[in-house]
Design a protein around this ligand. Structure first.
Ligand code: IPD
Ligand code: CA
Ligand code: CA
Length: 283
């Protein structure tokens, strides 16, 4: 099928993604404070509940109904840890159509009833992200971007913020679950950047932070050790709202990026430069 005509049956890719995110998000909300089983994955900082698994099942089932020949990469279908994630991505990366799903991004928040978690759904065509949907059920905010068509929340176009210095920037990051490499490196970045930016936020959902960069609510975001399902939808949202997404070395975003820098574009080079200095600091 031609990329220009992304319609199977009567439903477009975007309509299916919106439907999946909305249905899963509403269901997750009904389970807030009400989950039955909490398990640990890679470490005591990496949580999963039956609601994460149920959300992924629901989304996978709906997508499979509409697009039975498409490939699917969901967090809960992959063994924990960076090696297994990288391998799972490599196995499907070049698929004609690949859906990339984080059924709850911000599980720790979900578990604690902290209303900052989302469903993140992206569609890639031969390795290039062409659709991204991020749904925040707590605020009933749905962010959507299609390649070349801009980014929107509730049908209103969004654009990145205008800050052009780190000093005037509000940036965000995370505290990665992987403790040997990712967490210490991220901590170096926090320590180095805190005095140089207006302030730093860390609210516990990489995908929602990316959506906030796209919507101009944050000037930038970085985190070490993320996975394709944390990033794919948010990266397209930012690109389509005028921002920039690279790895920490400055290479443009692709599905394999794990160490991400995302911004309004204006502060991007400065952010990368400071993160490099932070990483090079031996202490
Ligand atoms: C996590 C969140 C968190 C980030 C972690 C991710 P999960 O995803 O995005 O903000 O700091 O690195 O793993 O486990 O809630 O899907
Ligand atoms: Ca995640
Ligand atoms: Ca998740």
């Amino acid at each position: 099928m031609a990329l220009a005509d992304p319609v199977v049956g009567s439903k477009s890719f975007a309509a299916v993604a919106i439907n999946c995110a909305a249905k899963a998000g509403e269901w997750i909300k009904t389970k807030l404070g009400n989950y039955q089983q909490l398990d640990l994955k890679m470490s005591s900082h990496d949580l999963v509940t039956e609601v994460d698994k149920g959300s992924e099942r629901l989304i996978r089932g709906l997508i499979g109904t509409h697009f039975p020949n498409h490939s699917f990469l969901g967090e809960e279908g992959v063994e924990p840890g960076p090696e297994a994630s990288a391998k799972a991505l490599e196995d499907v990366r070049e698929a004609e159509y690949l859906w990339i799903v984080d059924p709850i991004d911000g599980t720790t928040n979900f578990v604690h009833g902290f209303p900052f978690f989302v469903v993140s759904i992206a569609l890639a065509h031969r390795g290039e992200v062409i659709l991204g949907v991020i749904y925040d059920p707590s605020k009933d905010e749905l962010f959507i971007a299609e390649k070349g068509k801009g980014a929107y929340v509730h049908g209103k176009p969004i654009e990145v913020s205008k800050e052009d210095t780190l000093q005037s920037s509000l940036v965000a990051t995370g505290f990665p679950a992987e403790q040997r490499y990712a967490l210490p490196l991220n901590m170096k970045g926090i320590q180095h950047l805190a005095p140089k930016v207006r302030n730093i936020r860390s609210a516990g959902s990489a995908a929602l932070h990316l959506a906030y960069v796209a919507a101009g609510r944050l000037s930038g975001f970085w985190e070490i050790g993320l996975n394709s399902w944390d990033l794919a939808a948010g990266a397209l949202l930012i690109q389509e709202s005028g921002g920039r997404v690279t790895d920490t070395e400055g290479a443009e975003y692709h599905l394999g990026v794990r160490n991400v820098v995302a911004s309004n574009g204006r502060i991007h080079d400065d952010l990368i430069k400071e993160l490099r200095e932070a990483a090079d600091n031996p202490s």
